[in-house]
Design a protein around this ligand. Structure first.
Ligand code: 13P
Length: 316
């Protein structure tokens, strides 16, 4: 976890993308060319040295309110694991033109892609929402962590209330990471406008959305490492869930009462569990949660439970 970003320049943004990409590679969430990353910033970047070539591209949708906003984005077909070795080959920077219908894409002569990621429309829709709410920085990551992705192939985990109850119970940190739950979008064709629209909707007030039968998409208006942390935590929950199912479900995980007690102790406002806590067995797992969307960006809580009593609130 890094500190709140000041107005990072292009070198620092690229370094942060490399750190996150390496982390996703380490947890096997980006096989081959799977996954894509974007960072949107509402300040000027000096691109002349690293990305001296320019072309005009259409934006996924007109966004006159984003004129001048810069998006550092992975190219379609690029390997996230290769970014550190050769960022210029794998990244481009799109700056929204006056009028908000097109962008100027700056790239390096040795770019290894023809166009930006095929999921840029989903990234862009998420960026639009955050920036409309006042963010001047946001990182968005799509990855394919195997346990989350596998569970998303099972019909019951496509129900948000089931997914949240089953995953958040495995570590005390999870309710801090996802105080407004994890969203779910049913399977939609990758890269489709429908996927972009529904993703932005389910992401509202949240930091991670599962794309059923595909992967996940996560965001942070704080730091890209924070977005990759969200992915790691959610994947840890999915791994425990898988382990439990494969073992014949011997463990119950944290009860709702226990999670609510954690939230009370640390002053976390959560909207996942709507019923008063109670001890529950499997019945409770099926019944007791509703993930509620909030209008603005979520507050995420970065903390260590190792004896630290004071929490730090950070924008998502
Ligand atoms: P891109 O190579 O176009 O970014 O697509 C990768 C991916 O993971 C699609 O879901």
């Amino acid at each position: 976890m890094t500190n709140v970003p000041t107005r990072l320049g292009i070198d620092a943004l690229i370094e942060s993308i490399s750190v996150a990409a390496d982390r996703l590679d380490a947890i096997q969430a980006t096989e081959g060319a799977a996954g894509n990353i974007s960072i949107g910033v509402r300040w000027l970047l000096d691109l002349a040295d690293r990305f001296p070539e320019h072309e005009t591209i259409a934006l996924p949708e007109p966004a006159p309110e984003l004129v001048g906003t810069a998006f550092v984005v992975t190219g379609s077909g690029c390997r996230l694991a290769a970014i550190r070795r050769d960022p210029e080959a794998n990244l481009g920077v799109a700056v929204v033109d006056p009028g908000g219908e097109t962008a100027t894409l700056s790239t390096a002569p040795r770019r290894a892609f023809r166009r930006l990621t095929s999921e840029f429309n989903s990234h862009f829709a998420i960026h639009r929402e955050a920036m409309a709410a006042g963010a001047d920085y946001q990182a968005v990551i799509h990855a394919q962590p195997p346990y989350l992705t596998f569970l998303s192939h099972i019909a019951r985990y496509q129900d948000e209330s089931v997914l949240n109850r089953r995953l958040l119970r495995w570590q005390p940190e999870l309710i801090f990471q996802f105080p407004h739950g994890i969203g779910v979008v049913p399977f939609l064709v990758p890269g489709s406008a429908q996927l972009a629209r529904l993703t932005a909707e389910r992401m509202r007030g949240r930091t991670l959305v599962v794309w059923a039968k595909h992967g996940i998409i996560a965001r942070s208006t704080y730091a890209i490492e924070h977005a990759s942390d969200h992915i790691e935590y959610a994947e840890a929950g999915a791994r425990y869930e898988h382990l439990n199912v494969m073992s014949g479900e011997p463990a119950e995980g944290l009860s709702i009462d226990e999670m609510l007690a954690i939230c009370r102790e640390h002053g976390v406002t959560q909207t996942v569990f709507t019923e008063p806590g109670r001890s529950e067995g499997r019945r409770g797992i099926r019944e007791s949660t509703v993930a509620v969307e909030l209008g603005g960006p979520a507050l995420s809580i970065a903390l260590s439970l190792n004896g630290r009593r004071r929490r730090t609130r950070q924008p998502a």
